[in-house]
Design a protein around this ligand. Structure first.
Ligand SMILES: Nc1ncnc2c1ncn2[C@@H]1O[C@H](COP(=O)(O)OP(=O)(O)OP(=O)(O)O)[C@@H](O)[C@H]1O
Ligand SMILES: [Mg+2]
Length: 244
């Protein structure tokens, strides 16, 4: 059974159809990168998977469970999300950002939560920043706290929505390195990103979403070298140009 199954999903805002008959599946350990132009529906798709947005049609299942039948907190414990703009709590330290969910959602006792938070901070290379507040951290460090916070819930699936887009160029690498390590360790990851180096090296599957529809989906090398659709070639060609 697939870990994530998205089947004929439809989503509209008012009379704008934002996702149109979107279907795909991910197995455990799969790393999938979604690309597409602005307004294509990429963020909306991720938000549907952890029910920050409700779908209007179709189904989404996580390990066979229809997500609409799950308790939303249970779903969000099982599906971690990392946002472009970090979404850290400004008045809590790096450690405090992580222990909050562990104590309030997982009901871990404080000492256990601190121990787990520190282990995940260490994992993203921030063992020495546990007591720092977000304002005292660089963008790359903030994003690594965001990743550690999501990982500490020990999710089955991680969603990343342009995790490096808000970073200065020199800070992108440290975040991609953490993501690449996670991918290599077998984490199931669904990531919207324009980082084509990451897509080429870490992704099993690349999906092009345009105007709410999947245009093309397959192994990254195939989409880069031998795309079936002109829109894929045009879009990936443009992205690759931007990186040079
Ligand atoms: N909460 C909302 N209410 C109304 N319209 C929305 C809402 N969220 C998204 N939309 C619209 O849905 C469409 C898809 O938006 P979405 O944010 O999913 O695109 P995206 O592919 O993530 O774009 P970007 O690359 O700019 O992040 C856009 O036209 C957007 O204006
Ligand atoms: Mg978006």
């Amino acid at each position: 059974m697939s870990l994530l199954e998205v089947t004929h999903v439809e989503k509209s805002y008012g009379d704008e159809d934002v996702l149109r008959d979107v279907s795909f599946a991910m197995d455990r350990g799969d790393v999938e990168v979604i690309v597409g132009p602005s307004g294509a529906g990429k963020s909306t798709l991720l938000r549907c998977v952890n029910r920050l947005t409700e779908i209007d049609g179709g189904t989404i299942t996580l390990d066979g469970d229809p997500i609409h039948s799950l308790d939303v907190n249970d779903l969000r414990r099982r599906v971690g999300m990392v946002f472009q703009d970090f979404n850290l709590f400004a008045h809590r330290t790096a450690r405090g950002n992580i222990t909050l969910g562990l104590e309030e959602v997982l009901a871990l006792d404080h000492a256990t939560a601190v121990e787990r938070a520190d282990a995940y901070l260490d994992r993203v290379g921030l063992a020495d920043q546990a007591d720092s507040y977000p304002a005292e951290l660089s963008g790359g460090q903030k994003q690594r706290v965001g990743i550690a916070r999501a990982l500490a819930m020990e999710p089955e699936l991680m969603l990343f929505d342009e995790p490096t887009s808000a970073l200065d160029p020199e800070l992108v690498g440290e975040v991609l390195e953490v993501m690449t390590d996670l991918a290599a360790e077998g984490m199931t990851m669904l990531s919207v990103t324009h980082e084509m180096g990451f897509a080429r090296s870490a992704a099993d599957t690349l999906t092009v979403l345009d105007d709410g529809q999947i245009v093309e989906r397959g192994p990254p090398e195939q989409l880069f070298e031998n795309p079936d659709h002109d829109r894929t070639a045009a879009f990936l060609g443009r992205l690759t140009d931007l990186e040079q």
